[in-house]
Structures are given as C-alpha cells and as structure tokens.
Design a protein around this ligand. Structure first.
Ligand code: NDP
Length: 290
C-alpha cells in the first residue's frame, strides 16, 4: 500500500518544513498557502499546489494546519466549509486550550474530526529524531493517523480533551519565553559590563543545568502543598532578587521583567511565606486574588 496522502495548509517556516518532511517520506502532498509564492519550492520537490483552500481540503482526507493561530484557521476554512465533511484536521497551530475545544466543536459541526497538536521543536528539527509533538482529541482518529504524523515528530498523545495538547504546549511555551527572556536579560547585563554574549553564554548554560535537580525536589513539595525552607528560604530569595534588580538598574537596563519577578517575591513575603522555600511562590501564582 502507498503512503498516506496529506494536505498541508499554511506554509510559514513550520508548514514548509512539514510538507518537505512528508515529501521526503514518500507521502503525496497537496499544499495551499495564502501567499502563493511560499509553495514554489515545495512544488519543485513534487507537491501539488491547490488553487484554493477548498481544493486543498477536497484533495485529501488528512489535513495538517500550520497557521499563526486559530483565527487564521477560521479565516481560511470558514469560506471553504462545504469541503470540511469527512476531513481530519490536524491543527498544529498555536492557540489557547479554550480555543482548541471550540475548534473541535466547530469542526464536528461541519462533519470533520479535529486533533489538536503542539509542536515542541523549531522547523529545523522536523523529521529529526528526538523531536515530539503533543496531541489530544479522539483516540481512534489519532491512532488511525499516528504513523503518518510520526513522519514529522514523535507523537505524544495526552488525552481525549481537545484542549489538553494546547495546555501542554502553552505550559511549555510559558517556560520557554520567560526562560529565554531571563537569559536575554543576563546577556544584556553582561554586555553592559563589556562581557560578550559568546563569553557569557557558557556560564548561563551551566547555571541552567542546575534547574532540573532543584525543580525535582520542588515538584513533590508543590504536589504536597508543603514548602520547607530547609536549603533556602524565601526571605533569602527576596533579598537576592533586590540585588539582581539593583545591579540591572545600575547598569541602565530595562528592568520590566525583573520588577515583575521582584513583585512576586514581595507578594509571597506579604503572605507570610518568608520561612518557606522558593516553591511556595506557586501559591501566589495559583491564588493571585488572596
Ligand atoms: P508563521 O506565523 O510564520 O506562519 C504561519 C502561516 O499562517 C503562514 O502560512 C501564514 O500565511 C498563515 N496565516 C496567518 N494569518 C493568516 C490569515 N489571517 N489568513 C490566512 N493565512 C494566515 O508561523 P510558523 O510557520 O513559524 O509556525 C506555524 C505554527 O507553528 C504557529 O502556530 C507556531 O506558534 C507553531 N510553532 C512554530 C515554531 C517555530 O519555531 N516556527 C515552533 C513550534 C511551534 P502567509 O504566508 O500568507 O502570511
């Protein structure tokens, strides 16, 4: 039996990498993109370029969506809705869990299935070992298409709630964006003191290797709702954060991010968590109105 045919709608860097991976894997591929020129390289590699979204939907049962957000999906698919019946939409576009749930209901209303996906790697790692994507939605639909989807990345099924894959993805992106910005702040501080990013980066990387070990013990404390400050107390963290803030301010840097972190420490202290560990700040995050 031949490889399963796939339609890919959305040819930003991610959609292009996905369509190329399907082509390399021997899958017949139909593509469509709002800006038609982005399909040219894929056409040269053997993709069929549909002349409309409706034609792209009609071409194959399995339709991978790689769009900026779900608004883009509605903008493209609403006018082509008559072609949705019988289609499996694998929505690898970023958006919120609530919007993923609404999209699954919307797709069902048009006779289509919807799998939510959250890709954990950049386009360069699509089709490479070790890459993974979160999926959620109807289990039987996922199972039926798993082999084809694993041409892109490993498929990590999280459950039948269509919002789950989006939750996992946004949770990871929470770490990614705040962590990346923290690193950028560090490099900016070093730069203000004449230390290059290239010189500083190995120090940042070394510090980051400590995090999984520290977080490992905090995870059980968070789950138990107890935060013993045996190794380090929140009061120490709050004082340290003040030094961080002032060092960055003295260097003339933008301290928006650091002021926000400082504010969270202050709220923890105001709630009487001084003798607890850093992990107790999770109670501030989960209950902001207290
Ligand atoms: P881009 O935002 O660069 O491109 C996505 C596509 O969305 C383009 O084809 C664009 O069309 C289309 N699009 C956006 N708005 C509309 C609209 N209103 N109507 C029609 N088409 C629209 O995203 P990427 O390719 O980088 O990523 C795709 C998805 O994958 C995103 O949701 C992203 O969060 C996620 N992702 C991306 C990663 C990355 O590193 N790039 C990593 C992990 C996940 P046009 O070409 O015409 O503008």
């Amino acid at each position: 039996m031949g490889k399963q045919a796939v339609t890919v709608i959305g040819l930003g860097p991610m959609g292009q990498a996905m369509a190329a991976a399907f082509l390399s894997g021997g899958h017949p591929v139909t593509v469509w993109n709002r800006t038609a020129s982005k399909a040219e390289a894929l056409a040269a590699q053997g993709a069929v370029v549909a002349s409309s979204a409706e034609e792209a939907l009609a071409a194959q049962e399995l339709v991978v969506l790689s769009l900026t957000d779900y608004d883009a999906m509605y903008a493209i698919l609403e006018p082509a809705a008559p072609a949705l019946a019988g289609r499996v939409l694998v929505n690898l576009s970023s958006d919120t869990p609530e919007r993923a749930r609404a999209a699954a209901a919307w797709a069902a209303g048009h006779g289509a299935e919807h799998l939510t996906g959250g890709v954990q790697v950049p386009p360069a790692l699509i089709g490479k070992p070790g890459a993974a994507t979160y999926y959620s939605g109807p289990r039987e639909v996922f199972d039926a298409h798993r082999e084809t989807l694993e041409v892109l990345t490993e498929a990590d099924f999280r459950g039948t709630d269509p919002g789950l894959a989006a939750m996992y993805y946004q949770a990871l992106m929470t770490t990614f964006w705040t962590g990346m910005l923290g690193c950028l702040q560090t490099l900016a501080l070093a730069r203000a003191h004449g230390v290059t990013a290239t010189e500083m980066l190995p120090q940042v990387s070394k510090a980051m290797t400590l995090l999984p070990g520290i977080l490992g013990s905090y995870a059980s404390h968070i789950d138990a709702g107890r935060h013993p400050g045996d190794d380090a107390r929140l009061s120490m963290g709050a004082a340290s954060m003040q030094h961080v803030l002032h060092t960055n301010r003295d260097a003339g840097l933008d301290t928006t991010l650091l002021s926000a972190v400082d504010e969270i420490f202050r709220r923890g202290m105001a709630r009487g968590l001084a003798e607890n560990s850093f992990s107790s700040l999770v109670e501030v995050l989960n209950n902001p109105a207290e």
